[in-house]
Design a protein. Structure first.
Length: 218
C-alpha cells in the first residue's frame, strides 16, 4: 500500500504539449535579415574572387564567366539570374521573386562597393574556399529564412524542397558537381579542387540548417 501511494505521489500528471504558435517575420525582420544575408554572400563571393576560385550555384557560374570574359562578376550575377527569376515568379510567387530581385541587386552593388573599403592582398585558397563558401551558405540561409533567395539554382532547390520535400542542400550538391565538372576544362585543376571545397562548405550549411519543420518563422 505504501509503495502504491509513493508511486502515485511521484508520478507527474500527463500534460499535453503546447501548440507552437507560428509568428511571421515583421517587415523590419525581413529587411534586416535580407541585408545581413546579402552582406554575407557578397563578402563570400569577394573572398573566392581574390583567390581565383569559383563556387556552386549562380555565384560560381558568374565567377567562372568573369574569369573567361573579363566582365564584372556583379553584372553577370544579375544577368544569369533573369531566367531563374521568371521561374521563381511562376512557381514561388511575386513576393519571393521581388525579395530575391532586391537581394541580387544589392549583391551587385556591394560587389562594387566593398572593395573600396576592404582590400585583400593575399588569401590562401583553402582559407578562401572554407570561409567564402561558408559565408555564401550563411547568406543563402538568411535569405531563405526571410522568404527570399540569391536567385539562380537556389530558387530551383528551394522550390523542390517546398513542393516535394527534397532537401535543398542535397540538390545543390548535385548542381554544384555539374558546375565543377564544367570548370575542369576551363580552370586549372588545382583551383577546381579548392573550388569544390568551397561548394561543399556552402551546400553543407544549407543541408544542415535548412530542413523542413525545423524553423517556424515565415
Amino acid at each position: 500500500m505504501n509503495d502504491y501511494l509513493r508511486f502515485s505521489w511521484n508520478r507527474a500528471p500527463a500534460v499535453a504539449a503546447p501548440e507552437v504558435m507560428i509568428k511571421p517575420h515583421s517587415l523590419l525582420d525581413d529587411v534586416y535579415g535580407i541585408a545581413v544575408g546579402v552582406l554575407f554572400a557578397a563578402i563570400g563571393i569577394l573572398l573566392l574572387q581574390v583567390a581565383g576560385l569559383i563556387t556552386g550555384g549562380v555565384a560560381g557560374i558568374a565567377l567562372l564567366v568573369s574569369y573567361l570574359s573579363g566582365w564584372q562578376v556583379g553584372q553577370l550575377f544579375l544577368l544569369i539570374n533573369i531566367p531563374f527569376f521568371l521561374f521563381g515568379y511562376l512557381f514561388m510567387g511575386a513576393r519571393f521573386t521581388v525579395k530575391s530581385l532586391i537581394g541580387s541587386a544589392l549583391i551587385m552593388a556591394l560587389l562594387k562597393l566593398i572593395p573600396n573599403g576592404l582590400v585583400i592582398g593575399h588569401i590562401h585558397p583553402l582559407v578562401a574556399a572554407l570561409t567564402g563558401g561558408t559565408f555564401c551558405g550563411m547568406g543563402i540561409l538568411a535569405l531563405a529564412r526571410h522568404g527570399a533567395g540569391l536567385g539562380g539554382t537556389g530558387i530551383l532547390t528551394l522550390w523542390l524542397q517546398k513542393k516535394y520535400a527534397i532537401n535543398a542542400g542535397r540538390t545543390q550538391v548535385m548542381i554544384d558537381s555539374v558546375i565543377m565538372l564544367c570548370a575542369l576544362g576551363l580552370v586549372e585543376p588545382g583551383r577546381v579542387g579548392w573550388s569544390a571545397v568551397s561548394a561543399v562548405a556552402m551546400s553543407s550549411m544549407v543541408m544542415a540548417w535548412h530542413r523542413a519543420g525545423r524553423y517556424y518563422g515565415s
